[in-house]
Design a binder for this molecule. Structure first.
Ligand SMILES: [Zn+2]
Length: 90
């Protein structure tokens, strides 16, 4: 039997992460800290990949609560230092 504890540890950097199930049915590692996000205007590129509480994966920017469109979690792949290094060949 699998435990339903969504918390885990990143295999690359050892950070505490949380597993979220996306609408697509995939488990995605995210930073456990909930953040406020806002999607950018059309044509602009967002800085973060965020998983919303509904399990949607979106590109948005991290903003202050006052400007927020919603709350979600930042993909750990985006913040993981080691994973970032792996992406840029070794
Ligand atoms: Zn990591």
């Amino acid at each position: 039997m699998r435990s339903s504890n969504p918390f885990g540890t990143c295999a690359y950097c050892g950070s505490r992460i949380m597993w979220l199930r996306t609408k697509a049915g995939k488990n995605m590692p995210v930073d456990p800290e909930m953040i406020s996000y806002r999607r950018p205007e059309a044509g602009k590129k967002a800085a973060e990949k965020i998983v919303t509480q509904a399990g949607e994966v979106i590109c948005a920017d991290r903003v202050d609560n006052a400007l927020a469109e919603g709350v979600g979690y930042i993909s750990h792949f985006a913040t993981c230092i080691k994973a970032e290094k792996n992406k840029k060949r070794r």
